[in-house]
Write a protein that binds this ligand. Structure first.
Ligand code: B12
Ligand code: SF4
Length: 464
């Protein structure tokens, strides 16, 4: 049986450095059909022995090597492993994942990379590997880009997948290595959103979801096989179909599955539609935390972002959850094009009100807006003087700390707000599994927190 290697590059995130390693869900999912016909080996650069394993595997002359990509620092490590693969073998190199999907041509211009897969990997990777294996024309493989006589060819898009047919082959990795500390894992039950937010790469990506029955099957499998105690649903818009989640929650209770779960992709739009009965059901089924992209307290900015929600509606949602034990964790951003200091004030006022009006609320730090390619706001950012990275290596430096957002005139002030906001919420725990770090934050938080309040009063409210 021919072998295919798939590599998860490390991504330098603080949470991963401090103990949390998400399972390589993109690669696992992309292997769904491939692993039925080929031997697939996943190598994870976040574990110390990755290089030894890779060099050994390359000696056995794999059919090809695949690498996943996310915009930002992860590209640096993805390029490093790609370089190593090319130095030590003759294997063809495939890049897939979010970044290469957004910029296939530019990615392929890099001399290390032979093929780029755009979009959902399951069907495309299987077809591509088959074509490489059999030597059949690449022109027939939908969803890929490749080079022919140094010219980049981009084939037609592949049709969307039936997500109910994806049974992620968890057996390709040692799940227990990932969940040993947290007893928690990531799982995907739907894809896409389509709500149209102007800053989000998933805004035009139509929603598809597993049936509630399939959801229960996969949850049961993961809980029984790996003794998982918590699931982090990685969907873009988990609650898109409320009825799906109602049935799912009923089934969790009916089958008496002992599980806690939280939802990073919770949208304001779906929160608006939930009533007390529904919220109660979620709580009884083990849901205890919802991460909400509130983004801004200013109605002007919310409008520009096409959030279809107002400041008042966020406050209403917040009050609705007051009676429940489900924690709402709000995310806000700073530094949007056209954002005035009044808009920033509105955001900070809203942060205070949300905490005051619902003690169960958590506020995550104030991150800077980052323009991602493939979004409506990206064009706006370029019109406002933002210069996009010129090639693949340049994208590895792409995170808000390093990008010049020329429309920001009060950068120092916003940076200070960001730093202080790390300590704004006493309850916010950064998803850390590292006790030392948690203790350090706990000890320093009251001091820095008081600076935050003073700073906000002085600079935002012009008070002493
Ligand atoms: C879990 C997660 C994380 C985890 C781990 C990410 C990881 N895999 O390393 C953590 C918490 C570390 C993280 C961090 C960040 N994340 Co994140 N994250 C997610 C999330 C919620 C789920 C990812 C996932 O598992 N999806 C499910 C799998 C099945 O989908 P997938 O990865 O896209 O894979 C499919 C295809 O892309 C393809 N594919 C993927 N890899 C490969 C490889 C090959 C060879 C092939 C052929 C195909 C292929 O096939 C797969 C199946 O169809 C997504 C949102 C989402 N729902 O996708 C955001 C998302 C990926 N994150 C995002 C962002 C912005 C970030 C951060 C910058 C946030 C921040 N401000 O710090 C950081 C930086 C990461 C970095 N550069 O180092 C953006 C990505 C934007 C972009 N242009 O890349 C997303 C899309 C959220 C969003 N809507 O904007 N993230
Ligand atoms: S609701 Fe969330 S996932 Fe959907 S388009 Fe807006 S930001 Fe993206």
């Amino acid at each position: 049986m021919n072998k295919v290697l798939l590599i998860q590059p490390k991504n330098y995130g603080y949470s991963e450095l401090l103990g949390n390693k998400h399972i390589p869900l993109g690669l696992l999912s992309a292997s769904t059909f491939l692993s039925e016909q080929y031997k697939v080996k996943i190598i994870d650069q976040r574990f110390n022995n990755w290089k030894k394993i890779l060099l050994k595997e390359l000696k056995s002359d794999p059919l090809c090597v695949g690498v996943t990509s996310i915009t930002g620092k992860q590209i640096k490590s993805a390029l490093e492993v790609s370089q190593l693969v090319k130095e030590k073998s003759n294997s063809k190199l495939i890049w897939g994942g979010v970044h290469s999907t957004l910029l296939p041509e530019q990615t392929l211009k890099n001399s290390l990379i032979d093929y780029v897969v755009s979009g959902e990997g399951e069907k495309i990777l299987y077809n591509l590997v088959n074509s490489i294996d059999k030597g059949s024309p690449l022109e027939n493989v939908k969803g890929i880009s490749f080079k022919k006589k140094n010219i980049i060819k981009r084939n037609k898009e592949e049709a969307r997948i039936d997500i109910n047919n994806i049974d992620v082959p968890f057996n390709l990795i040692k799940v227990k290595k990932y969940i040993k500390k947290s007893k928690a894992t990531t799982l995907e039950t739907s894809r896409g959103c389509g709500l149209g937010c102007s800053f989000c790469i998933k805004s035009k990506y139509k929603w598809i979801g597993k049936s509630p029955e399939k959801m229960i099957d996969i949850v049961n499998k993961i809980v029984n096989d790996y003794r998982v105690k918590r699931i982090w649903f990685a969907d873009d818009n988990f609650f898109f179909n409320l009825n799906r989640i109602k049935i799912f929650s009923d089934n969790i209770m009916k089958e008496n599955i002992s599980l806690k779960w939280d939802v990073p992709g919770t949208t304001l739009n779906t929160l608006k539609q939930m009533d007390h009965k529904f919220i109660n059901k979620l709580e009884k089924a083990g849901c205890d935390r919802l991460y909400v992209g509130a983004e801004s307290g200013s109605d002007n900015i919310l409008k520009m972002l096409h959030k279809k929600t107002t400041n008042q509606e966020i406050l209403d949602i917040n009050k609705k959850f007051k009676r429940s034990n489900i924690k709402l964790v709000y995310n806000f951003m700073l530094g949007f094009p056209g954002e005035s200091s009044d808009d920033v004030k509105e955001t900070i006022r809203l942060m205070y009100r949300l905490k005051k009006e619902n003690k169960n609320t958590m506020i995550s730090p104030l991150y800077f807006y980052t323009p991602y390619p493939g979004t409506e706001m990206y064009s706006k950012a370029k019109q406002n003087g933002f210069r996009e990275p010129i090639n693949l290596p340049a994208w590895s430096n792409f995170e808000w700390k390093n990008i010049n957002l020329p429309w920001i005139k009060n950068k120092r002030q916003l940076e200070r707000l960001y730093f202080l906001s790390l300590f704004f919420d006493n309850k916010y725990n950064y998803e850390l599994n590292n006790t030392l770090f948690k203790t350090m934050i706990k000890m320093t938080r009251p001091i820095i927190n008081s600076y935050f309040h003073k700073y906000v009063k002085k600079y935002i409210y012009n008070q002493n």
